[in-house]
Ligand binder design. Structure first.
Ligand code: IMP
Ligand code: MG
Length: 178
């Protein structure tokens, strides 16, 4: 969808151009740090799909890709911290250098659960790369190796992030009207 602002939006936080530029910078850091490694990007469905593909296109070293899906009850409301894998990876990660690609790290419950689960499968290394980092809302500490943007405590949509499964296809990131 285009930059034309929807009436449901309060304001645009990051434009398509800002996102593209920042992803390019982070991809350059990753390409440098993983130069001699066996890099695999793991996307968390569905939110991280848009970010993962944009990031992968800017990475200049060979890269593998896999996806998993989670059922999360930590999405504001119900009992926090309840996460389980709804669709697992297709392939083993043993001995590989894994970057877990997230749309947003909020409370940290999802990221912590995934880090713990994947660590048990014998990767050579394991780190997080997130599009958005909402540090004011963190409940459990997780190491975030790469982040594109820090955001304030407001619900955001676009570039993969949804509100009731809508708005993922916006090219920008915006604050939803409350
Ligand atoms: P955490 O487990 O609290 O860190 O939550 C992470 C998940 O909550 C993300 O992967 C998103 O699916 C969802 N989420 C958290 N904040 C937002 C938001 O502002 N917009 C859309 N989804 C969000
Ligand atoms: Mg998500």
């Amino acid at each position: 969808m285009s930059e034309a602002q929807l009436p449901q939006l309060e304001r645009i936080l990051f434009t398509e151009e800002q996102i593209r530029e920042r992803i390019r910078e982070v991809a350059a850091e990753i390409s440098e740090q993983y130069r001699d490694k066996d890099l695999k990007l793991i996307g968390v469905l569905k939110g991280s799909v848009f970010f993962l593909t944009a990031l992968a296109r800017e990475i200049t070293i060979p890269v593998k890709i896999d996806f998993l899906a989670i059922s999360s009850f930590s999405n504001r409301g119900a009992a926090p911290g309840m996460v389980r894998i709804a669709k697992d990876l297709d392939e083993s990660i043993e001995g590989e250098d894994i970057l877990l690609v997230e749309d947003i790290v909020d409370t940290g419950f999802t990221a912590r659960y995934l880090l713990q689960t994947l660590a048990g499968r014998g990767p050579n290394s394991l780190a997080i790369c997130t599009l958005l980092d909402r540090t004011p809302c963190r409940i459990v500490q997780v190491p975030v190796a790469f982040r594109c943007f820090e955001i304030p405590d407001r619900f955001v949509i676009g570039f993969g992030l949804d509100y009731r499964q809508l708005y993922r296809n916006l090219g920008y990131i915006a604050v939803l009207k409350t």
